[in-house]
Write a protein that binds this ligand. Structure first.
Ligand code: DAH
Length: 337
């Protein structure tokens, strides 16, 4: 028995030490310590050993078990260290790492954020409306009759159900007055759509910013002062602004605004439409609401709207409006702000 114990120890330790991977190490463990392994069988043989020999042989058997377990543990650690070292050797820490790209703000978004910030400081709040609008919100409520050229099929994207892609953000004015009571002071930036041939100065989808201010005794002076302040904050204190008489169905009187700023190339640029909300618009809102909170005898208001794309074009001096929507990284990466 003693000889068998000694032989088994030599054999087991040799097998364990020569294991070159986890799999062969596991195989050696099973062969020697498993249910039908050599050590288990020896332990079972203890039954036939005489009472006198039992303590001594039992001790030897325990030592065998301990030795085999220690060998297993040592080999396992050695194998793990080896595989770590191999993984480390395959890792070239002098290679460049994976670069994570930092995005930047689109020039149009940058301009929009700035514009919104200025109006917020003046107490305007953001308002929103759907891009898919009813004819009523886009045209009728804005005093734009059915025979107005803006409603032509050639100018507007109509859906089969009679709704349309809003041709301007002015529809948000209507939605705000339907759901709020004066005083109202909102801006509404967003997409507008026209059936335009896309070229260097036209997009079928573009970005507008609408504004509406309704309260008691709002005047043209408020309109002028507000917009002058806005454009000077946006483009610098030397910015000049002029109002030209114009016509819009939903304002009376109506103006077009030109501005001249060094930031925009120093030339007069036609920029926005604006005016005093037409009493007919207030009257239509009163009828729709069924109350008189927008009674044109009680309140007045100004409204304005302008496109941001052409403004951005002039600001960053690009020759083609399509560059704003092409998502060409070579273009966008030039605006790290
Ligand atoms: N909606 C007009 C357009 O798209 C711009 C405009 C003009 C908006 C006058 C207004 C306004 O609010 O009062 O051309």
């Amino acid at each position: 028995m003693e000889d068998r114990i000694a032989a088994l120890q030599t054999e087991a330790v040799a097998a364990i030490e020569s294991a070159t991977d986890r799999k062969s190490l596991d195989a050696a463990r099973v062969t020697h310590l498993g249910k039908s392994g050599g050590i288990t069988r020896l332990s079972e043989g203890m039954r036939d050993v005489s009472k006198d020999d039992r303590p001594r042989l039992g001790k030897l058997l325990n030592e065998l078990r301990q030795a085999v377990n220690a060998a297993l543990e040592a080999r396992e650690l050695a194998l793990a260290t080896e595989s770590d070292a191999a993984a480390l050797a395959a890792l070239d820490i002098t290679l460049p790492g994976t670069r994570s790209e930092t995005g930047s703000i689109h020039p149009l978004t940058h301009l929009l954020d700035k514009a919104v910030g200025i109006f917020r400081r003046l107490g305007f709040v953001l308002a929103d409306g759907p891009d898919i609008e009813t004819e009523w919100h886009c045209f009728d409520a804005l005093n734009t009759p059915a025979d107005h050229p803006a409603r032509n099929e050639q100018d507007t994207f109509y859906l089969p159900d009679g709704r349309l892609l809003r041709t301007h953000t002015s529809s948000v004015q209507v939605r705000v007055m339907e759901s709020q009571a004066p005083p109202v002071r909102i801006i509404a930036p967003g997409a507008a759509y026209r059936r335009d041939e896309v070229d260097a100065t036209h997009l079928a989808q573009f970005t507008q910013m609408e504004g509406l201010y309704v309260d008691r005794q709002v005047s043209v002076a408020d309109l002028k002062g507000t917009l002058e302040y806005f454009f000077r904050e946006l483009f610098g204190p030397e910015t000049e602004i002029r109002f030209r008489p114009h016509f819009f169905p939903f304002t009376e009187p109506s103006y077009e605004i030109d501005i001249r700023a060094q930031a925009l190339g120093g030339k007069w640029m036609e920029l926005a439409g604006c005016g005093m909300v037409d009493p007919a618009v207030f009257e239509g809102i009163c009828q729709k609401r069924g109350d008189r909170v927008f009674d044109p005898e009680e309140v007045t208001g100004f409204a304005f709207g302008f496109g941001l794309d052409r403004l951005a074009m002039n600001l960053i001096q690009i020759p083609d409006i399509r560059m704003l929507v092409e998502n060409d990284l070579r273009f966008l990466q030039q605006f790290p702000a």
